[in-house]
Design a protein around this ligand. Sequence first.
Ligand SMILES: NC(=O)c1ccc[n+]([C@@H]2O[C@H](COP(=O)([O-])OP(=O)(O)OC[C@H]3O[C@@H](n4cnc5c(N)ncnc54)[C@H](O)[C@@H]3O)[C@@H](O)[C@H]2O)c1
Length: 443
Amino acid sequence: MKPKIGIFGAGWVGLVTGACLAELGHEVVVRDVLPERVEALQAGRVPLHEPGLEELLERNRERLSFTLGLEDVVDAPILFVCVGTPPTYSGDADLSAVWSVVDQLPALEERALLVMKSTVPVGTGEKVRAALDARGLAHVGYVSNPEFLSEGSAVRDFMDPDRVVVGAFTEADAKTVESLYDPLETTVVSTDVASAEMIKLAANAFLMTRISFINEIANVCEATGADVVKVAEGVGLDHRLGPHFLRAGIGWGGSCFPKDGVALKQLASNSGYHFQLLSAVIEVNELQKRRVVGKLEKHLGKLGGKTVALLGLAFKPNTDDLREAPSLVLASRLLAEGAEVRAWDPVADARRLLQGVTFCDSVLEAVSGADAAVIVTEWEELRELASDEVRQAMRRPLILDGRNLLDPEAARAAGFAYEGIGRAASPLAALPETEEPERQATT
Ligand SMILES: NC(=O)c1ccc[n+]([C@@H]2O[C@H](COP(=O)([O-])OP(=O)(O)OC[C@H]3O[C@@H](n4cnc5c(N)ncnc54)[C@H](O)[C@@H]3O)[C@@H](O)[C@H]2O)c1
């Protein structure tokens, strides 16, 4: 008989963890503090867009339940903490949700295991351990088991992980958590709690570093006439480097990289160390998002009165997550320059976040009358953007491809002025526009 699992937090990590552990045969109870979220889940509605999750929840309905009640969860011998850890004003991780879970634990009589999946600063496990001991809960074990799933492929990432990291204070607790993953074919990295916490932060920081690195290479490519797509291919084939996270674009966003990057930087500086490389990686990303504005100005002159279509708003495809999405920065910058912004996304709804933007139900509606179309998120639907229909609908047929999704030659052959990231710029003469655009310095 597999142990019952209790889960705190019905967000991306909690729901995916719950659904996958139910799929592996566990009875799972997921607790959240948001009544509307719990009600939706109880009614069979999934409150977020994640491929495969709805089917998995449906298939395992009998083993899964959702609750607001603490008492429904705490009789489980294994309790996963999957609550959010957003940034505070100082950039440190806000652990208030984590502490509310720890502080609300009742005086458990049976031995239980608290398993931390939320991303937390190094040292959190030590502090939770001390707090549990101080409350007379020394029999409640603590394990760090950071989550590496990516939104958009979260279910697959959980069921087929590159590795599982388990950081524990005792061998027995490590074994209990490791055994949950026995049905999966993977490598388990077994370590101490602080190292497990650091593995998660370091992995994210390294992924960000690779993206900022290739983005800077892209910017140098633009200045020198090289093509970053070919450069990345040639670099990535080196077995010491590998091809992943070498795709140039308009920068990262999302619920993890921005906050985890800053949290690691703050963690270092709170500990007396200035993490210079990470500071630069973060700054490069901020500048990268803003470079789009300069590129548009290069083609269109001043953006006041111009219409720009933002295609894709989610921070990446296959999710409706808008947290720290580059689209938000871009839309705000364009509005500040006086542009009219029209936006389309197949699933993300940014109406509450972006005032002054016109939201459209289709790509064609978004590009109608636009002076430029910017590919912000590489949704599959946008692969066919360089069509006759789109060209005819636009005021000027300019595509700024922020994700290098399209073939530049094909887009130009279809009559568009095309500019990607780190690729040879499109000749301004290609713009069939009577008014001569003012040329301005790019950012
Ligand atoms: N989203 C990702 O791709 C991802 C990947 C790896 C790790 N993580 C980390 O996992 C953690 C969770 O991320 P997420 O994206 O699932 O967050 P989320 O914001 O989508 O979900 C967190 C949920 O926790 C709930 N919650 C808050 N306090 C609670 C409490 N006391 N009891 C029960 N529920 C409570 C919230 O209401 C919310 O529904 C974060 O630390 C994040 O950094 C996220």
